[in-house]
Ligand binder design. Structure first.
Ligand code: ATP
Length: 226
């Protein structure tokens, strides 16, 4: 496995903001909420982490290389967001806990805040070693249209009960373990709907960055409905 050149986010001083996803393709419903969390917590950068082989869902129809390239195209020239290629390059399933352990080794006790959309957040207790996750990172639960962040099932509700905070500053007093809900601009955009519209011959223009749109066209992605 080759490692990409060191990212500024890893070398920085402040809290590290992480946002993982399939990103098949990356869209403005990912990018804008991440930017709003970044501004709210005062982090220098967001680190996007496209996953390789997601363990919680059917494999994406699009290769890790394409999804990584689209994420890189989406943020090119933007100083406040970077893309980590580690999960796409790593072998085996992309467990968030593995990525966090890899980061923890490099960051020491620096706080890490992982952004999760509310649909994924409410299912956190199905993630691999989910309780260990809370030892490695804080969680920023962003409200996605159609799902609430507070309708949690057992055992997640109990595990998080004492971890909620409303003050971003408290996130930086410890390296991990707190949960904060963020109201962000609600953009009802999904990668599934974008893939379906491209397959139907329609343009995803203005739902995704222009460079991502051009990448999709240049590589003929999603045209066959995958
Ligand atoms: P798909 O439609 O293929 O399931 P998706 O649009 O949900 O894809 P993912 O890559 O699966 O995108 O999502 C990565 C992360 O981004 C998840 O935590 C998800 O909850 C969050 N997310 C995705 N779309 C939005 C959105 N429109 N608003 C807020 N969060 C989102």
């Amino acid at each position: 496995m080759t490692e990409q050149s060191p990212l500024s986010a890893l070398a920085g001083e402040g809290p590290l903001l992480l946002f993982g996803g399939t990103f098949d393709p990356i869209h403005l419903g990912h990018l804008r909420p991440a930017e709003e969390v970044r501004q709210r917590v005062g982090a220098e950068r967001v680190m996007l982490v496209p996953c390789g082989d997601p363990p919680h869902r059917p494999p994406p129809g699009t290769s890790g290389e394409h999804r990584l390239a689209m994420a890189q195209a989406a943020v090119r020239g933007r100083a406040t967001v970077e893309v980590l290629d580690w999960e796409v390059r790593a072998s085996g399933p992309s467990y968030t806990v593995r990525t966090l352990e890899w980061l923890r080794e490099r960051l020491g006790s620096r706080p890490i805040l992982t952004i999760i959309g509310s649909d994924a957040f409410t299912q956190l207790h199905h993630w691999y070693q989910w309780e260990r996750l809370l030892e490695l990172t804080h969680i920023a639960a962003v409200r996605r249209p159609g799902t609430a962040v507070d309708a949690l099932e057992s055992p997640l509700a109990e595990a998080l009960a004492d971890r909620w905070t409303e003050e971003a500053a408290t996130l930086w007093q410890q390296s991990a373990g707190a949960v904060m809900a963020f109201d962000v601009t609600r953009l009802d955009i999904s990668a599934t709907a974008i893939r379906a519209s491209v397959a139907a011959g329609k343009s995803p223009r203005f739902l995704i960055p222009r460079d991502v749109e051009e990448y999709i066209t240049a590589h003929g992605l999603y045209r066959d409905g995958t």
